[in-house]
Design a binder for this molecule. Structure first.
Ligand code: CAO
Length: 433
């Protein structure tokens, strides 16, 4: 006869989405189990994906799946019920959770690695297409990321792993097969491999892993650099008067803790330029044959953080004054440096400003933050002798570097844009119009 003290008790447990950081309304891209499946603790139940990271949610307990409560495509947040599990060993549950009815258990907390979202990794049409088609394949987040980095569409692969899941070998074999195709047939970029060099042969070395933000943003910067025909237009704006006014405003608002930097004026001036040249606040559609013009003005600002570059977005810039923009800029860059940005803070930008003015330099060639079509680089202002009305006068000049997607924007439009922007900055009364 079975010893009652060791006899298994069964209990229906509701497994819910655990703490997933600041993410809300995250997409369910895979349901990895089905009703009747016998699962072990730690087995993955579903895959959730934000716009930039995927995460598998493991089960806290072993048991048999009795009901699945969500579907692929659903949007979920912490606490949403994933499934009901008949736990074969309720004795292993914390006692307060064992009740005659279903009890609620949050699935294992998802590793924090997914919580940090890089901002300089905008979602592109290509990303969306890959996620959509790749969404049909079964693959872990790491494999999805690996495939995405290599530009492999998972839907084209046959998975040879457990339950038909796509493995790293599958992705690698697919890439090898693609590389073995006759060169140039696909019209893709053909580059020779980087040489593998053992640097230790030349002296002492140390290997330092790239931060997660750098790894992801690096892949996207690389993609944007090679896939968008960039041209950079340089110009200078006379900000002598603007700077005098900025200093005056700065003194007025310092007691309130608001720092008025040149960037707040730039946001306002760029907003005016975007209203005047709507093609700069646009994205190509998936076919590459239409331009999607954005009627809202949300501007991303590149922020340098110890972990790498992130691009929080200031929303509805057209509805805000310079002081309000300065305040929001201070707040959002502080949140970026404290790693407190949510994914939503970094989405929806139509144009980006990258300012290195606080550091130095005379000009640079910023990489477009796709799917945007232009980005403004700003370098440090300096006093210059400007020839005006027959004589040289000292003026404070601000260097502007506008990189643009030449498929969408012509050189003449880019030059008009920077000239217009420089006029706005030179005569700040225009910003008030
Ligand atoms: N010329 C001269 N001085 C400038 C300037 C410019 N263009 N821009 C800013 N400054 C001054 C500010 O007035 C401030 O001076 P004080 O401390 O004397 O008041 C100082 O430089 C520092 O400014 P800041 O950097 O704190 O503020 P900001 O609003 O100019 O910039 C932010 C904020 C978040 C954009 C910036 O801190 C940052 O992270 N920049 C780096 C962005 C980056 O890495 N871009 C490269 C991306 S690669 O494409």
């Amino acid at each position: 006869m079975a010893d009652l003290s060791t006899k298994l008790r069964t209990e229906v447990v509701q497994v819910t989405v655990p703490d997933i950081g600041n993410f809300k309304d995250v997409s369910v891209i895979e349901v990895l189990v089905k009703v009747g499946d016998k699962i072990n603790a730690e087995d993955n139940l579903v895959t959730l994906e934000t716009d930039k990271a995927a995460m598998e949610v493991p089960s806290p307990y072993a048991g048999v799946v009795t009901e699945i409560k969500l579907n692929v495509g659903d949007k979920v947040s912490q606490g949403a019920v994933i499934l009901l599990l008949e736990s074969g060993d309720a004795a292993s549950l914390p006692q307060e959770l064992v009740a005659p009815h279903a009890v609620v258990v949050a699935a294992q907390t998802v590793p924090p690695v997914i919580a940090a979202q890089p901002a300089a990794v905008p979602q592109t049409v290509a990303d969306v297409q890959q996620v959509v088609s790749g969404g049909k394949a079964h693959a872990s987040p790491a494999i999805r990321r690996f495939a995405r980095e290599l530009g492999v569409d998972l839907a084209q692969l046959k998975g040879n792993g457990k339950k038909g899941r796509v493995t790293k070998d599958d992705v690698q074999n697919f890439v090898k097969a693609a590389l073995a195709q006759p060169r140039g047939a696909a019209g893709g970029l053909q580059v020779s491999a980087m040489p593998q060099i053992d640097f230790a042969q030349f002296g002492a070395i140390e290997t330092k892993p790239l931060s997660r933000i750098k790894k992801i943003s690096g892949a996207n910067l690389h993609r944007n650099w090679v896939s968008i025909p960039h041209v950079t237009q340089f110009d200078e704006a006379d900000i002598t008067d603007m700077e005098a006014f900025r200093k005056q405003l700065g003194e007025e608002y310092a007691p309130q803790g608001i720092k008025i930097t040149p960037l707040a004026f730039l946001l306002r001036a760029v907003m005016e330029a975007l209203q005047h040249f709507p093609d700069f606040n646009a994205s190509l559609d998936a076919s590459g044959e239409n331009l999607i013009l954005k009627k809202y003005i949300h501007i991303g600002v590149a922020v340098d953080t110890p972990d790498g570059l992130v691009v929080p977005v200031l929303r509805d810039v057209d509805k805000k004054g310079i002081v309000q923009l300065a305040k929001e800029l201070g707040e959002i860059s502080a949140r970026a440096r404290d790693r407190k940005l949510a994914a939503a803070d970094m989405q929806g930008g139509g144009f980006t400003i990258s300012s290195l003015g606080g550091i130095g330099g005379t000009s640079f060639t910023p990489i477009i933050n796709a799917p945007e079509v232009a980005i403004l680089g700003v370098s440090r202002s300096c006093m210059k002798q400007v020839y005006r009305d027959g004589k040289f006068v000292p003026r404070l000049m601000l260097p502007l570097s506008l990189s643009y997607d030449h498929r969408v924007i012509d050189g003449a439009s880019a030059a008009r844009f920077t000239v217009y922007l420089a006029q706005m900055l030179a005569d700040i009364r225009r910003l008030a119009l």
